[in-house]
Design a protein around this ligand. Structure first.
Ligand code: 5IU
Length: 250
């Protein structure tokens, strides 16, 4: 018989990381399991987008290094204010993938000082268990597999990566396109209601598909929302579809 998925309430009981708890509490409070990916390239667009989607999301996912006019005071301070105002977390999709010492420098320093503001960061676990020790101020979402065509994250890699996910105290969950054990928080990008993919290898599934078949906990949607004619309306639609798909999967 198929393993049953756990509800957010059940996952909250099992969760030990403060940021893991936080995202589950927000999901329950806002009845949302939607993360909007803000793949825009100016501070103005980023802040406008955060204001529009804020009420409907649990987290805003950034690629802070694509913001052409990044400035700590003008970009991060107002973004943090919006996160507080609308009760969402900031997730920097940095996809760290180096040795611990280098990642620590990238996480704490440089222009972006990710450790100062990111509630969540994504990281590969390719450099091994100890490489994740440096992420002390954020919850880590480990990358098990990727949504793009031909990704090299085969079954053996995923099985080894999962061992790190299940044992490292800094890791709150993982990004994957496959099912994971019921107690692991699962984040799934590559979600779009009206497209199957792009011409750069991205592959899309619907919210319905990922909740039913993968028992996903959180969907990550980029172009489906930020490229929509009406951004707020689209965020509402993805929120509703994804929440209903979650309820159906229980
Ligand atoms: N993203 C993926 N697939 C992955 C991982 C991250 O698409 O496997 I790990 C990121 C890339 C982009 C967002 O920032 O999620 C998806 O954007 P679109 O919905 O526009 O494809």
């Amino acid at each position: 018989k198929e393993e049953k998925r756990l509800s957010y309430e059940q996952k909250l009981e099992n969760c030990e990381h403060s940021v893991g708890k936080k995202i589950l509490e927000i999901a329950i409070a806002k009845q949302s399991n939607l993360i909007a990916s803000a793949d825009v390239t100016t501070t103005k667009e980023l802040l406008e987008f955060a204001e529009q989607v804020g009420p409907h999301i649990v987290a805003l996912k950034t690629h802070i290094d694509i913001i052409s006019d990044f400035d700590s005071d003008k970009t991060i301070l107002p973004l943090k204010d919006l996160a507080t105002k609308h009760n969402f977390l900031l997730m920097e999709d940095r996809k760290f993938g180096d040795i611990g010492n280098t990642q620590e420098l990238q996480y704490r320093g440089g222009m972006y000082k990710i450790s100062h503001w990111a509630d969540l960061v994504t990281s590969h676990v390719i450099a091994g268990y100890q490489s994740i020790d440096c992420f002390m101020n954020s919850g880590v979402i480990a990358i098990l597999s990727m949504s793009s065509k031909g990704a090299l994250t085969d079954q053996n890699y995923r099985a080894e990566a999962l061992k790190i996910v299940e044992t490292h105290p800094n890791i709150i969950g993982c990004v994957a396109q496959n099912k994971v054990p019921a107690n692991v928080l699962l984040f799934t990008p590559g979600v779009n209601i009206s497209s199957k993919g792009d011409d750069k290898g991205q592959q899309y599934n619907t919210p319905e598909h990922v909740f039913k078949n993968l028992h996903t906990d959180f969907v990550i949607v980029g172009r489906g929302i930020y490229k929509a004619e009406n951004v707020e309306k689209s965020a509402k639609l993805y929120k509703l579809e994804s929440w209903n798909a979650y309820l159906k999967s229980l």
